[in-house]
Design a protein around this ligand. Structure first.
Ligand SMILES: [Zn+2]
Ligand SMILES: [Zn+2]
Length: 493
């Protein structure tokens, strides 16, 4: 077994600087007890804590495997990278990287920021995109790369919650298309991709609640909550209170121009600057924001240009549902009272007309009233933010354990097929992650359906922390045990 190299990272928060500089060579297995005892007083961790960290770590001199690949956690809309957001997700694996990207920014902007956070350097949003959307081409500079070794030989696990799942998929597509100048990227930089309650086919709530009109060029309805929300973000950004910006929340709007308060000679000048910052928003005018990218219509158009599942990557999806169909009315009502339950009830009784359905889900067959009624019924099951149907995998998937196989098959038949005539839904649905077994294939979505969970469950400290802990521990152990992709476990499409 090779000795530790000077630049070899140790698990967790340990570093080689914590080891006495007497050229002692530690061998990972044989000297682990001496290592634990030597490190204990230096890193202020108990021997038990250090042993736990080591047990989660791969053998240090192994070649790259699923076990030692870092996990990149990508937050959703409104989310950010503070501890309280991921909590148990930041524990239970030896190398976890937390995204630091725009909370309400567009998918494109978030993908660019995520890439440069990983490789280091100044975010390049691209000349064409920045000109079209009226913002600066270059953004923040990440002085220290989160994972400088990132490559096909050193791929990562990526886990996206909510809109973070969409961001993760788009990042892999960009890597595949080599959209980052100067980098020889490929889809196999991602070893596994996990989406948790992600609106992979959009989130109709951006129309129903946030107030974006349904249409190809969505715009906010008057006094729409989504519009007011964006104004509130701009006001917060303009106030530029550093203690809040640095410790609580940073909207990362800087590429849209000067946003903070400025010295002004007169009150009128001061108010005009405030107005220019808050009311004249290129973000809204150019549709370059996350809400727009979550509209089902935009998601559908983007999905049509993306690869559903690359053959080099394992895919997992966890859907959540908190509603149940009433046997007498056909509407879905939340089974548990949570803060989000009123939204769940609203989505659970919603009806879309044919034109709206065609705009949001252009691939659906809405040719008869019976089909439209069945689709509306199928769309009502939800987690109080996103309909379950939209979460499973790219391409609508009506399969659900609480629904008869007959109904699921009928609805999936209305989704349409790929250009080559194959069914869009080629997933495996189970009630638990373990039920998927160990013989997994790359290039295929493994969907686990969780009932009695609302959209916020599994992340943030308002969740049941014990459930969250069990979830991340079992997910991480599953990811660490994944075999390297080989011809045998490649999914044959
Ligand atoms: Zn942009
Ligand atoms: Zn499916």
């Amino acid at each position: 077994m090779a000795p530790l190299l000077n630049n070899t990272p140790l698990p967790g928060s340990l570093s080689l600087h914590d080891i006495p500089s007497d050229n002692t060579v530690f061998k990972y297995e044989t000297d682990v007890k001496q290592l634990v005892q030597a490190l204990s007083p230096l890193v202020r961790k108990s021997p038990k804590q250090i042993e736990k960290l080591l047990s989660q770590s791969p053998r240090i001199n192994d070649t790259h495997t699923a076990a030692n690949a870092p996990v990149l956690l990508v937050h959703g809309f409104f989310g950010e990278g503070q501890d309280y957001y991921w909590w148990n997700g930041m524990k239970h694996h030896h190398n976890v990287i937390v995204s630091d990207i725009g909370p309400i920014s567009s998918q494109h902007d978030r993908v660019c920021e995520l890439f440069y956070q990983m490789v280091g350097g100044t975010v390049d949003y691209g000349e064409e995109h920045s000109q079209k959307c009226g913002h600066a081409r270059y953004g923040r500079t990440f002085k220290t790369p989160a994972y400088a070794e990132w490559s096909s030989e050193n791929p990562i696990h990526i886990i996206g919650y909510s809109f973070g799942g969409n961001t993760a998929r788009a990042l892999q597509q960009y890597l595949h298309e080599q959209r980052f100048p100067g980098y020889d990227t490929a889809a196999d930089w991602i070893f596994s991709l996990t989406a948790i309650a992600a609106p992979l086919n959009g989130a109709s709530i951006v129309h129903d609640v946030a107030g974006l009109s349904i249409g190809e060029s969505s715009s906010f309805r008057a006094l729409a909550p989504g519009k007011l929300l964006e104004r509130a973000f701009r006001l917060y950004d303009w106030m530029d209170i550093s203690v809040l910006r640095n410790n609580l929340y940073n909207p990362y709007f800087a590429h849209f121009g000067k946003t903070g308060r400025t010295e002004a000679d007169s009150w009128s000048e001061w108010f005009s600057m405030l107005g220019a910052s808050i009311w004249n928003t290129p973000m809204e005018n150019s549709y370059d924001h996350g809400l727009y990218d979550m509209t089902p219509g935009k998601c559908s158009r983007m999905n049509d240009k993306m690869v559903d599942a690359f053959d080099c990557t394992y895919y997992f999806s966890f859907t959540k549902t908190l509603t149940e169909e009433s046997s007498w009315s056909g509407i879905h009502m939340p089974t548990t009272a949570t803060l989000l339950s009123p939204v769940g009830a609203f989505l659970g009784m919603h009806n879309y007309d044919v034109k709206s359905l065609q705009t949001m889900y252009p691939n659906l067959d809405v040719s008869t009233e019976e089909k439209v009624a069945a689709i509306n019924n199928g769309l009502r099951r939800n987690d109080c933010v996103v309909p379950t149907v939209l979460q499973s995998h790219p391409g609508l998937c009506f399969t659900h354990a609480d629904q008869s196989v007959e109904t699921s098959n009928y609805l999936n038949g209305l989704v349409g097929t790929h250009e080559d005539g194959t069914a869009k839904c080629a997933c495996a649905h189970k009630a638990t992650l373990q039920e998927h077994g160990d013989n997994l294939q790359t290039g295929k979505w493994y969907v686990t359906d969780y009932n009695n969970m609302d959209h916020g469950a599994l992340v943030m400290t308002v969740s049941d922390l014990n459930v969250q802990k069990i979830f991340f521990k079992s997910l991480y152990s599953k990811l660490r045990a994944l075999p390297m992709p080989s011809e045998e476990n490649y999914h044959s499409l």
